[in-house]
Design a protein around this ligand. Structure first.
Ligand code: NAD
Length: 485
């Protein structure tokens, strides 16, 4: 085992859990055992909540300009430890080192945004009648929880940590049991940055802890990122306990390629979007709808896909179960009559025979009823459908239940504008394969890709992590004036 057994992080210390149940943490790159992760109990969660509650009065009363000083230091620590964090992220998740570096750079950008919160969060003040002021201020919620998925072990936690904590909350994070190592390192860096004990806590586990978070009476808000199936469970359970909840789910992102698209640029973007992070991005292109004759672009997409080599510029998928699921989708498409132009099944990497790799896969002549067209595959696979008109392409995109992202490749500005208006997705790309909004813009999909109001990052997150206090103030300078009259 490469690393010591993982522990929870509560009140500024790494601590053992009260159960003996653990799971192995295995690197998808080569199948080697990295560590074990504990399955915490409700009692362990309760300890974390108590620590967070104890830290809340002092932390929430610390002026925000002082609170963000922690995140200035945290940003420099992320930069200083970038290589170490990227290696850890790559080992536990299976993505390439370069992709992990990009992930840590995104954590730095998210933290930079949090340091700007004092400039964005100030309240409003207006004299509403003579001598009477109304003012608003953003108050923190209290103890909040963040439940995160496996595909971005460092970035998704940092979607929530800097903003929620800089805004005055105390947090408990529940990492994915598949990639629990990065959150331990994040805890160490936050402590080194000067975050008071108890403000940030890590509780490891699986379903049982997620349920306990949704049920805990002293947790005010829950953010969740993961599959739609679990996003719905968490949203229902947390809100039925009267908590604030923002729950981000899965995706099936469509790229619409028009005949006037620039062939090389389009092909490079499609291939990069479908295969980056081994297709395990909620913003990955999973389906492509070609309008009219796009054979010349499909040929170039295949050329680009063939340059993507497992173990070189393509990482592993998270585990054997995922590998088998992705390969079975490809096999099913073949049985259904689609044409496999580039086949990623049975990928092997010399010296890493226990790694879980799937090569880039291009499937053409897919029809909208096939499972590869309808379902989230979460692997380096693009399913190409053909239509004659933009409206037919939009109908296919809009029929899918998700709504994270949609992109169009064209040189026609009017057509791009039309698609921006008509596509039912929260994040739209024009000649961009992975249209993730950069800070200060916020991240969040529509439809079955998100449950709850607002978005998880950027300015929108201020509304989620705070509640407004509205004060009406009158000093008796003119005692005879009755403002109510
Ligand atoms: P997942 O839903 O299996 O797990 C997410 C979290 O929920 C984990 O911490 C896990 O321990 C917990 N969990 C799993 N099953 C549970 C259950 N039955 N009840 C309660 N908790 C449970 O997701 P994953 O496989 O880790 O991540 C991949 C999924 O996340 C994909 O669907 C992807 O699209 C989605 N995702 C979405 C976004 C977004 O912004 N919308 C971002 C990243 C990932």
């Amino acid at each position: 085992m490469k690393y010591p057994a993982i522990q929870n992080y509560i009140n500024g210390r790494f601590v053992s859990v009260t159960t003996s149940k653990t799971m192995n943490v295995v690197s998808p790159l080569d199948g080697n055992l990295l560590s074990t992760v504990p399955m915490s109990s409700g009692k362990d969660l309760d300890d974390a909540v108590k620590a967070a509650q104890a830290a809340f009065p002092a932390w929430s009363k610390t002026p925000i300009k002082e609170r963000v000083q922690v995140f200035f230091r945290y940003k420099f620590l992320l930069e200083k430890h970038l290589k170490e964090l990227a290696e850890l992220c790559s080992e536990e998740n299976g993505k390439t080192y370069g992709e992990s570096v990009a992930e840590i750079e995104k954590c730095i950008e998210l933290t930079e945004f949090a340091t700007s919160l004092p400039q964005l969060v100030q309240g409003e003040l207006l004299e509403v009648s003579k001598g009477v002021e109304c003012r608003t201020e953003h108050a923190p919620l209290g103890v909040v929880a963040s439940i995160v998925p496996f595909n971005f072990p460092a970035m998704v936690p940092n979607w929530t940590i800097p903003n929620a904590i800089a805004l005055g909350n105390c947090m408990i994070i529940k990492p994915s049991e598949k990639v629990p190592l990065s959150c331990g390192k994040i805890a160490e860096l936050l402590k080194e940055a000067g975050l008071p004990d108890g403000v940030f806590n890590v509780v490891h586990g699986d379903v049982e802890i997620v349920n306990a978070i949704c049920d805990h009476p002293d947790i005010e808000a829950v953010s969740f990122v993961g599959s739609t199936k679990v996003a719905k469970i968490v949203y229902q359970r947390a809100t039925s306990n009267y908590k604030r909840c923002l729950s981000l789910g899965g995706a099936k992102n469509h790229l619409m390629v028009l005949p006037d698209a620039i062939p090389d640029m389009t092909a490079q973007n499609v291939a990069a979007s479908m295969s980056g992070c081994a297709g395990q991005r909620c913003m990955a292109a999973s389906a492509m709808v070609g309008v009219g004759n796009i054979d010349h672009i499909v040929a170039k997409i295949c050329d680009e896909a063939r340059k993507i080599v497992p173990g070189e510029n393509l990482g592993a998928v998270i585990n054997k179960e995922s590998q088998e699921r992705i390969e079975s989708y490809i096999t099913q498409a073949e049985k259904d009559g689609a044409k496999i132009l580039v086949d990623g099944r049975n990928a092997k990497v010399a010296g890493k025979e226990n790694g879980t790799y799937v090569g880039p896969t291009v499937i053409d002549y897919v029809t909208p009823n096939m499972s590869v067209a309808r379902e989230e595959i979460f692997g380096p696979v693009i399913s190409i459908m053909r239509t004659n008109t933009v409206d037919e392409a939009l109908a296919i995109e809009n029929a899918n239940p998700y709504g994270n992202a949609a992109s169009v490749f064209t040189q026609n500005g009017g057509m791009a504008r039309y698609i921006i208006e008509k596509a039912s997705a929260g994040m739209i790309g024009v000649n961009v394969g992975v249209p993730v909004p950069r800070e200060p813009f916020s991240f969040g999909g529509w439809n079955e890709s998100k449950f709850g109001v607002g978005d998880i990052t950027g300015k929108s997150s201020i509304e989620f992590w705070t509640k407004l206090k509205k004060s009406t103030i009158k000093w008796n300078a003119e005692a005879g004036v009755n403002w109510m009259s």
